[in-house]
Design a protein around this ligand. Structure first.
Ligand code: UFG
Length: 344
């Protein structure tokens, strides 16, 4: 059996894909999730893909006493990949304290027990949101961290600072991965994104519109300073992203990292506008997507895409899947959901 890794938020969107990749690379995985934005059925689905169900603890990281019991039972952990967090930008503006409390207290508890139980390796789930609207594109890890647009974004900035201070004063070694826009689903069609209620993000909204759950997609603004006027993002296949986590935790475990905290952008390095994303979906599915241009969404940056040189060179990782593959897999997942592959 390989080294034992804790994945917090392991039934969530990126977490579940990462658990699969870890298991397929020989790691033993334990999952903690409070199921606030996912379902326990995902553990079974992971088992169907990789042939092994990860050990699952339904647990809230804010619950210090329960987390201590967990660490006592799992004192042989080699590392932690920390995904568990609230992530809805709009909701964080409405309920900032809920976001600060959940995202920060859970990290503090985790770091404290990692120190106490001598688990020195952490991969942290961060976001390109820390750059705001970068002055220079593609954006490198050296770009200044800007004042966050939302409490959610601020929790990512503060979390990175907490981790930085901790690595400077303890045995902890960490890699912070700044994701651009993860989309798509596993090729098995057994795991994918599960938005609760009305999706905030573009691709789940597109697929839900195509399946008939939503009437039409609202395109938030076509008056940006971009070639077609719609906002540009760097969409990355969730499986490519998941693979980067395996590389990152392996780098820490092998001790080949150069700094006690390393930071990497994870994107494709390619910008795609909202209209280009719609066209890719239409091309891949042969469907016509009903949409309407509406006003800009507050807080959206006009353009952001990654310089991925550092991850390419240092991690030896590169995003491989195309936008068409991302759209095709997202659509297969939506169809599988409609066909009832998951029981809630
Ligand atoms: N968009 C629409 N209509 C929709 C939804 C989105 O036009 O119904 C547009 C947005 O305005 C934006 C683009 O599609 O231009 C992508 O929007 P998403 O909501 O999918 O993604 P964001 O880039 O806004 O947010 C993502 C993550 C956040 C993270 C942020 C960092 O969801 O967690 O990137 O930039 F903070």
């Amino acid at each position: 059996m390989g080294e034992k890794i804790l994945v917090t938020g392991g039934t969530g969107y990126i977490g579940s894909h990462t658990v699969v990749e870890l298991q397929q690379n020989g790691f033993e995985v334990v999952v903690i999730d409070n199921l606030s934005n996912s379902t326990a059925t995902i553990v079974d689905q992971i088992g169907r893909i990789s042939g092994k169900k990860p050990r699952f603890y339904e647990l809230d990281l804010c619950n210090e006493a329960a987390l201590r019991v967990f660490f006592r039972e799992n004192h042989d952990l080699a590392g932690v990949i920390h995904f568990a967090a609230y992530k809805a930008v709009g909701e964080s503006v409405e309920f900032p304290l809920k976001y600060y409390h959940n995202n920060l207290v859970s990290l503090l508890n985790l770091l404290r027990f990692m120190e106490e139980f001598e688990v020195p390796n952490m991969v942290f789930s961060s976001s390109c949101t820390v750059y705001g609207q970068p002055e220079v594109l593609p954006v490198t890890e050296q770009a200044p961290v800007k004042k966050a647009f939302s409490p959610y974004g601020n929790t990512k900035q503060i979390s990175e600072e907490i981790i930085e201070d901790t690595v400077n004063s303890s045995a902890l070694k960490a890699i912070s991965l700044r994701y651009f826009n993860p989309i798509g689903a596993h090729e098995s069609g057994l795991i994918g994104e599960l938005p609760i209620g009305i999706p905030n993000n573009l691709v789940p909204f597109i697929t839900q519109t195509a399946i008939g759950k939503r009437q039409k997609l609202m395109v938030f603004g076509n008056d940006y300073d971009t070639p077609d006027g719609t906002a540009i993002r760097d969409y990355i296949h969730v499986v490519d992203l998941a693979k980067a986590h395996v590389v990152a935790i392996s780098r820490l475990l092998k001790g080949i990292h150069k700094e006690s905290l390393e930071v990497y952008n994870l994107g494709t390095g390619k910008g795609t506008s909202v209209m280009e994303a719609i066209m890719a979906f239409e091309r891949v599915t042969g469907m016509k997507l009903p949409y309407e241009i509406t006003s800009r969404r507050t807080g959206d940056v006009p353009r952001v895409w990654a310089d991925t040189t550092l991850a390419n060179l240092k991690l030896g990782w590169r995003a491989e899947k195309s936008l068409d593959e991302m759209m095709a897999s997202a659509w297969m997942w939506e169809k599988n959901l409609a066909a009832g592959i998951l029981e809630f």
